[in-house]
Design a protein around this ligand. Structure first.
Ligand code: AMP
Length: 302
């Protein structure tokens, strides 16, 4: 089992979906990622919060064994995101983003973080993502996520960090935006030419597509009767994906495919309730059982 480092946001979210709403809920790309990955491996977190961030949220992550030595608590307000979803739950509409303490965040990595072999740069300012990456000592696999806010806001910094990563996990709308290309396959190919050797395009309820220079692999999303809140689906997908790779300590094609299935399965739990509420009740046997159902669902004789 290999250690997995993640940097991203710890956030307080206000979210409205057609099925309800929450205010000041625990969110953030690194929160969802770390919680999901903690089912599979040891996770080290680099992030910043303000004094207003409730202690029980950090205790929740510590309770999952997540190393919080790289989390700074500084004067100011925690990162806040306000978003909503219509009946098409695939697309989040951002109503407000308040960077708060993230605006002046200077990550400082504790010495025992620097040799983590697996690194995930979750959705965050690409300048900070690059800063963290440059503090690492030759990691084996580095993956990145981003979104429209940073694609539009910091395109040069994003291209610079993309150049240095092995894998990009990104949702379909953002893949099209990043590559300025309506075809997802062409968009993935364009991104492969900029540095990463693996591109995973997350397509919400339509599954996820992995593109490498010579192959495609596709996983469906687990079919659910009711979805309450898609927030965190992408981050927990990434947490399952990277958690499995780090847990196995491998990056072979077979491991990448397995990781994609676990990512899809764990994301399917996230969306069954608001914030991290479903994840908090989740056990490893629940994950394994849904993975078995998933395999059954994908089998075909040709
Ligand atoms: P997702 O998995 O894509 O649904 O990610 C949702 C989480 O991303 C929310 O909990 C937000 O707090 C967080 N988030 C929203 N906007 C940003 C942003 N611009 N940078 C980093 N994290 C964000």
């Amino acid at each position: 089992m290999a250690d997995l480092l993640v940097t991203g946001t710890l956030a307080l979210d206000d979210v409205r979906t057609p099925f309800g709403e929450v205010t000041d809920a625990l969110g953030g790309s690194a929160t969802f990622f770390a919680y999901a990955a903690s089912f599979f491996t040891d996770v080290k977190l680099v992030a910043v919060v303000g004094q207003d961030f409730p202690k029980e949220h950090l205790e929740l992550l510590a309770g999952r064994g997540v190393d919080l030595a790289g989390v700074q608590v500084t004067d100011g307000r925690t990162f806040r995101w306000t978003g909503e979803y219509g009946y098409d739950l695939n697309e989040a509409r951002t109503l407000d983003t308040r960077l708060g303490v993230l605006a002046d965040f200077k990550p400082e990595l504790p010495p025992h973080y620097r040799r983590c072999p697996f690194v995930f740069l979750a959705n965050l300012d690409p300048v900070i993502q690059l800063d963290v990456l440059r503090s690492m000592e030759r990691p084996r696999l580095v993956a990145l996520d981003t979104m429209n806010f940073w694609i539009k806001g910091k395109p040069e910094a994003l291209r610079a960090v993309l150049h240095e990563v092995d894998a990009l996990l990104i949702n379909d709308t953002e893949a099209r935006m990043l590559a300025a290309e309506p075809s997802l396959v062409r968009a993935a190919r364009a991104i492969l030419a900029w540095g990463p050797r693996v591109v995973v395009v997350k397509r919400g309820e339509y599954g996820a597509l992995m593109v490498t220079p010579d192959r495609f692999f596709f996983v469906p999303a687990y079919p659910l009767e009711s979805v309450f809140d898609p927030t965190g689906a992408g981050d927990t997908f990434a947490g399952g994906f990277m958690g499995v790779l780090a847990g196995e300590g491998g990056t072979s094609e077979a491991a990448l495919r397995r990781a994609l299935v676990y990512g899809s399965v764990i994301a399917s739990f996230t969306v069954e309730d608001f914030s991290l509420n479903r994840l908090k009740r989740l056990t490893r046997p629940d994950i394994e059982e849904r993975c078995r159902a998933f395999r059954e669902m994908m089998q075909v004789e040709l």
